[in-house]
Design a protein around this ligand. Structure first.
Ligand code: PEP
Ligand code: MN
Length: 333
C-alpha cells in the first residue's frame, strides 16, 4: 500500500503519521520527491483501514500495490534512484560505462586495461577475482590476490571497482570494492542477498539464467528489505533454445523494468552474446533501449585471455563502442 501525501505538509505531520503506521507493525519506506512525499507501507497492511488513512488531512490518496515487490517498485518511489560511486553516477539520466577483463590475471594486465578503459571513457573498472565457472577444472580466479590487484588499479587510475562475490565468507575481503556484483548464478541465493543487504555499498544484481523479471525484482527486494537500497539491475541475457549466441539478450527488459522499478538498469552485451563481434551492435541497441549503462568485457590480448576471450573487446574496440554508445544514448533521450 502507498499513501501519497499532500504538497506542503510539515515534517512533524509526516513523522506523526509514520509513527502511527509503525505502531501498527508496519515498516515505512519514505520517498520524498520535489513536489510530494510517498509513504510505502510494508508488512501486513490488511489491518489498515484504507478509508481512514485516505481521510486524514495530510493524505492526498491511498493505493494498494498489487505487485509482490514493494521497495524497488515505481509506486513506492516515483523518481529514479541515482547511485554514486566515486565520480560515477548510475541512473537518473546518467550513462555509466563499466569495463574491464572477465578475470584479473596479472598485475600488468589489470593496470594496463584499467588505464586503457579509463582513457576510453569508462567510469568503473570491472574484473573477476572469484569466478563462477561451469567446470571445476577451469581457472577459478585469483581470489584475494585478484582483489588486491584490482585495488591497486583503482589507486593508479582513480576508477571505482566492481567485482563478484560468490559466497558470504568472502565478504570481509570486499572492503575496498566499490560495487559488489551478484552473478547470474547467485540471483536467488537468498542468504547471500540478505547479507549484502546489510552493507552500505551498491550491489549490481545480474539477472539469473532462467530468471523472470518478477523473480529478479524479488531478489532486488531481498537486498532492499535488509536496508540496502543501492541496487543496480544488470540484464546479461537469458537461456533460450538458441545456440549461436551464448544467451539471448532480452532488451525489452530495459523499458519494462524502468516502468516497474526506480532502480538503474545496465546491460552486459558480453555475457549476453558470447561473441566479440556482436558486442558493439548490442551495446548500441541497449543504449537506444534506455539502459543506464553498459558492462563490457575488455582484454589487452583477447586470444590469450584466461577466461571469456571470445567475447572480449580490445581497448581500441571498446573506445570506439564507448563513443558510439554515448552518441546513441544522447540521440535516444
Ligand atoms: C561476470 O560478469 O563475470 C559473470 C560471470 O557474469 P554472469 O554472472 O552474468 O554470468
Ligand atoms: Mn566473463
Amino acid at each position: 500500500m502507498i499513501a501519497i501525501l499532500k504538497a506542503g505538509v510539515s515534517q512533524a505531520q509526516v513523522d506523526n503519521l509514520i509513527h502511527w503506521l509503525e505502531s501498527q507493525g508496519l515498516k515505512i519506506h519514505v520517498s520524498a520527491g520535489d513536489y510530494y512525499t510517498v509513504l510505502g507501507l510494508v508488512g501486513d497492511t490488511g489491518k489498515i483501514d484504507m478509508d481512514l488513512l485516505a481521510s486524514l488531512d495530510i493524505v492526498q490518496s491511498v493505493k494498494r500495490v498489487s505487485e509482490p515487490f514493494k521497495r524497488c517498485s515505481r509506486d513506492f518511489q516515483p523518481q529514479d534512484t541515482v547511485i554514486e560511486v566515486g565520480s560515477a553516477k548510475i541512473g537518473g539520466g546518467n550513462f555509466c560505462l563499466i569495463a574491464g577483463p572477465c578475470s584479473v590475471e596479472t598485475h600488468e594486465q589489470i593496470i594496463g586495461v584499467a588505464k586503457a578503459v579509463k582513457a576510453a571513457g569508462a567510469n568503473v573498472l570491472r574484473g573477476g577475482a572469484f569466478k563462477p565457472r561451469t567446470s571445476p577444472y577451469d581457472f577459478q580466479g585469483l581470489g584475494k590476490l585478484g582483489i588486491e590487484m584490482l585495488t591497486e588499479a583503482k589507486r593508479e587510475t582513480g576508477l571505482p571497482i566492481i567485482t563478484e562475490v560468490m559466497n558470504i565468507n568472502q565478504l570481509p575481503l570486499f572492503d575496498d570494492v566499490d560495487i559488489i556484483q551478484i552473478g547470474a548464478r547467485n540471483m536467488q541465493n537468498f542468504d547471500l542477498l540478505k547479507e549484502v543487504g546489510k552493507l552500505h555499498k551498491p550491489i549490481l544484481l545480474k539477472r539469473g539464467l532462467c530468471g523472470t523479471m518478477k523473480e529478479w525484482l524479488m531478489s532486488a527486494e531481498y537486498i532492499m528489505s535488509e536496508g540496502n537500497e543501492q541496487v543496480i539491475l544488470c540484464e546479461r541475457g537469458i537461456r533460450t533454445y538458441e545456440t549461436y549466441t551464448r544467451n539471448t539478450l532480452d532488451l525489452s527488459a530495459v523499458p519494462m523494468l524502468k516502468q516497474l522499478s526506480h532502480l538503474p538498469v545496465v546491460v552486459d552485451p558480453s555475457h549476453a552474446t558470447g561473441k566479440a563481434k556482436l558486442v558493439p551492435p548490442m551495446a548500441l541497441a541497449a543504449a537506444a533501449a534506455g539502459a543506464d549503462g553498459l558492462m563490457i568485457e575488455v582484454h589487452n590480448d583477447p586470444p590469450h585471455a584466461w577466461c571469456d576471450g571470445a567475447q572480449s573487446l580490445t581497448p581500441e574496440q571498446f573506445a570506439d563502442v564507448a563513443r558510439r554508445a554515448r552518441a546513441v544514448r544522447e540521440a535516444a533521450l
